[in-house]
Design a protein around this ligand. Structure first.
Ligand code: NAD
Length: 377
């Protein structure tokens, strides 16, 4: 038996934040970060709570790629004034921190007799889809650990594109390529289904159509809305179909060298597509045929699997170039000697990453080492 889980209620559109006026609460914990305070986004939430006379406390110093110390800080805060509503407002880092805090507090205080609070996730990047996934990524030393549990799923996701307009071009590019990577990996995953395929196909088309516009003009709310919805749909696809080794390799690269998550995926994506497709060999794998189908949907030349994969690879590289993204790991200031020194550690992390088992082609250490070296450039 297979299954496809659809959990959060999704409120979307340019006035979606107003959904907060309907969520019942007496005491709120708002989880966010300094950028949300600086850009006035946190106050858009607190103004609604104030107008409704709801008490709230703010945890506003979540850092990018939250680590265990960050989660422990959040647990202490939440434990001290236990809320009946948690609102996470921010990128994937903020949403993942809130998820991990709620989860870990429930695990460590099972006798407290407290109900799990209602959990509202409000993404402010169009990237991770964390608002609809049962994943939370937490760093332990230099390793990103992926928690996977259905209880991590938010109850409500609010997709308001006006909250994404302030994302600068470089982060728009990184996070947008993360969306593309989620769709590509869910599409060829060994756990893909008709349901996840339908979502992934729509996402890939919307990314190629709207991401360059978002990068050029962040204030284009129509393009922002399309990317925000695509990010969420990609999350719905991969929370069910899981991912593949682009993510495994990116988690390790990000954990060891602090390369932002979406950028790491963007760097590795084309090499992994080529490897999954066996592009240097027969190019006749199931993944190759699915990539070619995507190329066809993008109106690119795809008369054979090889031609389709080649078209998709060119399209990925062209999208990166258009947004002035680094071509290889070398261009991200990761030193060549350090890279070689930490390579076995990264390969070990990627092999045991929870995204690896659903990759369409099973990798060994040698294959992952080669993929890293090719991506270094
Ligand atoms: P992020 O949350 O780390 O944010 C990147 C930067 O953008 C931060 O400095 C943040 O303050 C800033 N920012 C966010 N919103 C902004 C806005 N509206 N205006 C201006 N600046 C803004 O980046 P991300 O890519 O959203 O999340 C990455 C994290 O999510 C990584 O740790 C990654 O491993 C994890 N992740 C989780 C899932 C999941 O399903 N849980 C999936 C993929 C990735």
């Amino acid at each position: 038996m297979s299954e496809f889980l659809l959990k959060p209620r999704i409120c979307f559109g340019q006035d979606a934040l107003s959904a907060l006026t309907d969520v019942s609460a007496h005491s709120v914990l708002l989880v966010t970060d300094q950028a949300m305070v600086k850009f006035g986004l946190a106050s858009r939430v607190t103004n609604i709570l104030r107008d409704r006379g709801i008490a709230f406390q703010i945890w506003d110093d979540v850092v990018a790629d939250p680590d265990i110390a960050t989660v422990v800080r959040g647990m202490k805060l939440m434990d001290s004034r236990y809320p009946d509503l948690v609102i996470a407002l921010g990128g994937g880092s903020v949403i993942d921190a809130a998820k991990a805090v709620i989860f870990a507090l429930a695990q460590t205080r099972p006798d407290a007799g407290r109900e799990r609070p209602c959990f509202v996730a409000i993404p402010t990047t169009s990237g991770t889809g964390s608002e609809v996934t049962s994943f939370s990524v937490v760093k332990a030393n230099a390793e990103k650990l992926v928690l996977v549990d259905p209880s991590l799923l938010p109850d409500i996701a609010i997709l308001d594109p006006t909250l994404v307009a302030s994302v600068p071009p470089a982060i728009t590019a990184d996070t947008g390529m993360d969306v593309l990577c989620h769709a590509l990996e869910a599409y060829v995953s060994t756990a893909a289904s008709d349901f996840s395929d339908a979502l992934a196909e729509k996402v890939v088309q919307q990314v190629f159509r709207y991401l360059p516009t978002c990068w050029r003009n962040g204030q284009d709310l129509q393009a922002r809305e399309k990317m925000h919805n695509a990010s969420c749909m990609a999350g719905m696809a991969f929370t069910n179909a899981s991912l593949g080794i682009t993510h495994s390799l990116a988690h390790a690269l990000g954990g060891v060298f602090r390369v932002p998550h979406g950028r790491a995926n963007a760097l590795l994506m084309a090499q992994v597509v080529a490897w999954n497709a066996d592009f240097d060999g027969q190019c006749d794998t199931a993944a190759a045929h699915k990539y070619a189908r995507l190329a066809h949907l993008l109106d690119l030349p795809a008369s054979s699997a090889r031609e389709g994969v080649a078209s998709l690879l060119v399209a990925i590289e062209t999208l990166k170039e258009e947004m002035q993204m680094p071509a290889g790991i070398r261009d991200t200031a990761v030193d060549a000697t350090d890279f070689e020194r930490r390579l076995p550690e990264m390969v070990g992390q990627a092999l045991r990453d929870s995204c690896t088992p659903t990759n369409p082609r099973a990798p060994d250490a040698q294959a992952l080492t080669e993929l890293y070296r090719r991506t270094y450039g």
